[in-house]
Ligand binder design. Structure first.
Ligand SMILES: O=C(O)c1ccccc1NCC(=O)[C@H](O)[C@H](O)COP(=O)(O)O
Length: 270
């Protein structure tokens, strides 16, 4: 609970996520989930990390383009929401990878949007959701995700370590999201290799590009950093790149554009 005694939005989301997890486990118990994976029921994996690094080698910013219908901070963002059209547009516009919101209650997302956008784009995809248990990592793999989001502020060290282990076991990447130096140190201490710095304070919704700029200096060589949230322009990207950040996660800017693929291409070409 926050200092004011009222639950913050992150606490609210995590409370609902625990209920949803119980519902999902009842519908597909973990042993069955893992049997389905062992039987090869998941789509073939795509190399998420490789896609970010390939763009790095080509000296172009690697953009993870987000498929997001709504958010707690902005409400409904896109009314003509078509994940197939958006995924196709992002592939055409030069995305390195997709991020697809699957949380239904707070972001209007769906597991189907992940399947559909990934299939239409041919790109590796991050399942953007609130992971609180290794079950969801295996579930993400079954849905076809190539990467899962692990938000440090939402996890204690044991659970974060268990989720990272499960991601390694399933062969999928983990984007470990931090917002301050203490969270970055925790992520690195547990061996995270792909680290997202969220410029959005998940308690207040304020976005500050400076968050990524400040934390970039603290990340050692060999860590792939992704700046997330509040990125709107080529000059934002150039500023972040000059601090050594090679990859960028952009949602709302593209989702509000008439053609998200054109908005992405414009961001890439400046
Ligand atoms: O966006 C929100 O309102 C939000 C609220 C609570 C938890 C997470 C939230 N957003 C997730 C994200 O971090 C963004 O979708 C992502 O980084 C893209 O940000 P943007 O380009 O600003 O849409």
């Amino acid at each position: 609970m926050s200092g004011s005694g009222r639950a913050t939005i992150l606490e609210e989301i995590l409370g609902r996520k625990a209920e949803e997890l119980a519902e999902r486990r009842a519908a597909l118990p973990e042993p069955e989930l893992r049997e389905r994976l062992a039987a090869g029921d998941a789509p073939p994996l795509r190399d998420f990390m490789g896609a970010l690094q390939a763009k790095e080698r080509q000296a172009r910013p690697a953009v993870i383009a987000e498929v997001k219908r709504a958010s707690p901070s902005a409400g409904v963002i896109r009314t003509d929401f078509d994940p197939v059209a958006i995924g196709t547009a992002y592939a055409r516009g030069g995305a390195a990878a997709l991020s697809v919101l699957t949380d239904r209650d707070f972001f209007g997302g769906s597991d189907d949007y992940l399947r559909q956008a990934r299939e239409a784009s041919g790109l590796p995809a991050l399942r953007k959701d609130f992971t609180i248990d290794p079950y969801q990592v295996s579930e993400a793999r079954l849905l076809g995700a190539d990467c899962v989001l692990l938000i440090v502020a939402a996890l204690d060290d044991d659970t974060l370590a268990a989720c990272l282990d499960r991601a390694a076991e399933e062969g999928i990447a983990a984007l470990v999201e931090v917002h301050d130096a203490a969270e970055l140190d925790r992520a690195l201490g547990l061996g995270a290799e792909l680290v997202g710095v969220n410029n959005r304070d998940l308690h207040t919704f304020e976005t500050r590009l400076a968050t990524s700029l400040e934390l970039a200096d603290r990340a050692p060589e060999g860590i792939t950093l992704v700046a997330e949230s509040g990125i709107h322009s080529r000059s934002d990207i150039d500023q972040l790149r000059s601090a050594g950040i090679p990859a960028f996660l952009v949602g709302e800017w593209f989702m509000r554009a008439p053609d998200p693929g054109v908005a992405l291409a414009e961001l890439l070409t400046g």
